[in-house]
Design a protein. Structure first.
Length: 266
């Protein structure tokens, strides 16, 4: 049952954790010790090029109880070739064995690098292994709303897309789940010298116990006198493209038309 008093002043502190893509730099503020309570005052830092403000307290009488808030603006997060700029408000509340991380993350800018393999984000065999029940990450429940600016534009060297994001992150830190959808309302993509225009695009997340995206995308292009449609539908781990054309051609002819600019017969 410790009892402390005093003040710790932080000046230009740098902090980084191995499991987080962003560290914190230029962290300034005060930690106030008052008997069995630690109060965070005037804590400001920089992360991902944006400003981060932290406040709250930690009580340490007969166990730990925390109540912290963090808010940031224009914070850029980079992970595996993907970069997102966000405005964020998060709230961490509870005891060491039962905490909840809630809040909202608004995506204002989104960039995907040209060499990103989106299939690598699909859950692997390890996702089916239950987490250690004693791990600290298994005691932090999630309730975070991730959404986009009214019209989110995305562009890289291969594609230009516009759409919206509306997702809920649930579960725990050890075993997160995502519910919601990503809508792609308009866009074009270039592949092997051919320009494709998106006709319909959605990515659904409906599994409440794991991250499992389902893709529903159709794109069209014109080759010679044929209008060709390519579809991607289903679980991201089991995607098989479909090909059709107008006037109708056999699928093998459509593939040949896209690859070589002529049908098999030609």
């Amino acid at each position: 049952n410790p009892s402390f008093s005093g003040r710790m002043k932080l000046t230009n502190v740098a902090l980084a954790l191995n499991d987080l893509p962003n560290g914190i730099s230029k962290l300034n503020g005060d930690l106030i010790f008052d008997q069995n309570r630690l109060q965070v005052q005037n804590m400001m830092g920089t992360t991902g090029g944006g400003q981060l403000k932290i406040g709250g307290f930690l009580a340490y009488q007969q166990g730990l109880y925390g109540d912290f808030t963090a808010s940031g603006k224009d914070i850029r997060v980079r992970y595996a070739g993907i970069s997102a700029t966000t405005d964020t408000t998060l709230h961490l509340l509870g005891t060491q064995n039962n905490m909840t991380l809630s809040g909202s993350v608004q995506i204002t800018r989104f960039i995907i690098g040209p060499n990103v393999d989106l299939a690598s984000f699909a859950p692997g065999p390890a996702a089916n292994v239950p987490p250690d029940p004693n791990a600290a990450s298994n005691h932090v429940r999630l309730d975070i709303h991730v959404f986009s600016a009214p019209q989110l534009d995305f562009q890289n060297s291969y594609a230009q897309l516009a759409g919206s994001v509306d997702l809920r992150i649930r579960g725990t830190v050890a075993q997160p789940a995502i519910l919601g959808r990503i809508n792609i309302t308009d866009g074009t993509a270039n592949f092997a010298g051919t320009t494709y225009r998106l006709q319909h695009g959605q990515i659904f997340f409906t599994n409440p116990v794991m991250i499992q995206p389902f893709v529903d995308i159709d794109a069209t292009t014109r080759v010679e006198e044929y209008d060709v449609t390519i579809g991607l539908h289903g679980n991201i781990n089991q995607l098989t493209p479909t090909f059709r054309s107008e006037p109708p051609l056999a699928q093998a002819d459509v593939i040949s038309l896209l690859a070589l600019g002529r049908t098999q017969e030609e």
